[in-house]
Write a protein that binds this ligand. Sequence first.
Ligand code: CP3
Length: 341
Amino acid sequence: MQNSLFIKAAFSQKTERPPVWMMRQAGRFMPQYWEIKNKYSFLEMCKTPEIAADVTMLPVDLLDIDAAILFSDILVTAEAMGGDLSFTNGIGPRFSNPVRSLNDVNSLATDVNDKLQYVADAIKVIQQRLNGKIPLIGFAGAPFTVMSYLVEGGSSKDFKLTKLMLHNEPELAHKLLSKIAKVTADYLNLQIDAGVNAVQIFDSWAQALSWDDYTEFSHRYISEIISNLNRKDIPVISFCKGSSVFAPLMAEAKPDVVSIDWNVDLLDIKKRLPQNIAVQGNLDPHILYADKKVIKERIYKLFERMRGENGFIFNLGHGIMPDIPFDNVKYAVEVIKEFKY
Ligand code: CP3
């Protein structure tokens, strides 16, 4: 696996072209996903290893992508800690027992790998199916992003209650974040032991934070998690929405790759990071709605900019939207795979 394009690029080694995978590639933009989704609930899909493996393999088989990502969700850790999680079509995730008081925080469990064994089982099934063809990426949510779902009780536009906890009750917030960070490090180590070839930490909502709050309430816990990983030769990718601002701080947590949103010139930000840190990104996912001519032009523009750089993984600046035409995603992958440095 160390010779795969993806792992080489993640470790900033030279590759003949940039490897490609896309956040949220194991999901709703594929008609085949709906054939499975119509039969099971989302959590049933996550918790049944054979089904999680089927969905993980869809983009591998249909798109011939350079890395697979485990089909699961960042909120499974929060559920294992005691969150009563449900997913409703059109509404998204919900916790019926939001975490807002010291009592709530105290009642959360922190030794939960037993409850997440189904993920290890899924990883083993997926690795059998992949049979060494391409690497498998495992993942977890970053503590701040997971905390926001627990405190708000679901998705939020402004993270009002979460920020209020950070600002009015910082000790309580730290207590909650520490518990999530412990669970997250254990959970990523469980995935590594089960056989993933890389891990990504998703801090999707970091962009809501000021520099100081990001430093105190997010960066600190991501650093702690990364330093607690039994990394062996497993690259660690750190993603956040807001990375165009926070990338230099993200690099201090010592991941191998920083995943960049689309608000910034990728080469410019790469040059501001230590040489041994690779970048992943950073096409605006909305480009995949556009005409094929535009898709090709924008991909080539990004690649020409990154020509000659080691340590570049193609991805979107955030996940694929569910209504992006499948055909456009397939076309984008073909264009990328034709490119030579
Ligand atoms: O990348 C992949 O394809 C792997 C699978 C994956 C899912 N969720 C499957 C999923 C990954 C990596 C995630 C991560 C995740 N989950 C994040 C971080 C990534 C990001 O985009 O920023 C977040 C914030 C969540 C929380 C979550 N899960 C939300 C907000 C929702 C529903 C709302 C929505 O429209 O995205 C989910 C549900 C979810 N997770 C689905 C999938 C395929 C849709 C479930 C369905 O079919 O209804």
